[in-house]
Design a protein around this ligand. Structure first.
Ligand code: AP5
Length: 213
């Protein structure tokens, strides 16, 4: 299974990706997570990405495309993958199409997670991330057993810089101006499936799996 998850910030792409990747036994490839790992490791890529991410802007395509192409060469991605947060503009979608042609593989589907803006604000303002393992939780919708402490590894939880209200507004603008056009791109290819992303996490996963049957 080769899948793409698309949707605005906070739509639940990362949350759903965990369930779908486990269901289909494919790697969850999140460009945002790869950038955050590089920021944590203080690499040159991390230092560059941070300046864009903190402001809610896209990291330049030249950097992101090269990173994604390299990730697709890893052994775990040879029999399938789930892309989360990539592609994020039509240029990236066209680049991915060329990479897939070069490798003689095709996509199975693109899942669009559909969600109203007011729900996005609630989700992002309450999201907390584990400093150690990167797991995501929520102060109301997915409360950790102990406030501020990760259920998985007992490390400290923090709020992403780009989840601050002023940055979220820019991320939503960037999404509607730069990312939404890829929905039409994939609809025209007959690959798009729209999923209602409001409701119980496991019910949303079940409807995504049903749509892929
Ligand atoms: P990225 O990390 O990809 O962020 P994003 O797309 O903005 O998405 P989020 O991680 O904010 O949200 P999500 O949809 O994964 O939601 P989640 O499951 O966490 O990108 C960050 C930045 O990196 C970009 O701004 C850009 O700078 C850069 N970048 C990344 N990829 C790039 C690319 N291809 N090109 C250029 N730049 C790139 O859920 C959110 C919250 O809601 C959580 O707290 C969760 O617990 C909760 N929740 C989830 N589902 C539900 C539910 N059903 N009900 C209630 N709560 C829920």
């Amino acid at each position: 299974m080769r899948l793409i998850l698309v949707g605005p910030p906070g739509a639940g792409k990362g949350t759903q990706a965990v369930n779908l990747a486990a269901h289909y036994a494919i790697p969850h490839i999140s460009t945002g997570d790869i950038f955050r790992l590089n920021i944590k490791g203080e690499t040159e890529l991390g230092k560059l990405a941070k300046t864009y991410m903190d402001a809610g802007n896209l990291v330049p395509d030249s950097v992101t495309n090269a990173m994604l192409e390299d990730r697709l060469t890893h052994s775990d991605a040879q029999s399938g993958f789930l892309l989360d947060g990539y592609p994020r503009n039509v240029g990236q979608a066209e680049f991915l199409a060329e990479v897939l042609v070069k490798r003689s593989i095709t996509l199975d589907a693109v899942l669009e997670l559909s969600i109203p803006n007011e729900e996005i604000i609630k989700r992002l303002s309450g999201r907390r991330i584990c400093r150690n393992c990167g797991a995501s939780s929520h102060v109301i919708f997915d409360k950790p057993k102990v406030d501020g402490v990760c259920d998985n590894c007992a490390s400290e939880l923090y709020q992403r810089q780009d989840d601050k209200v002023e940055v979220v507004a820019n991320r939503l603008k960037v999404y509607s101006e730069q990312t939404e056009p890829i929905i039409e791109f994939y609809r025209n290819l007959g690959l798009l499936k729209v999923i209602n992303a409001v409701g119980d996490v496991s019910e949303i996963s079940a409807s995504a799996i049903a749509a892929l049957k």
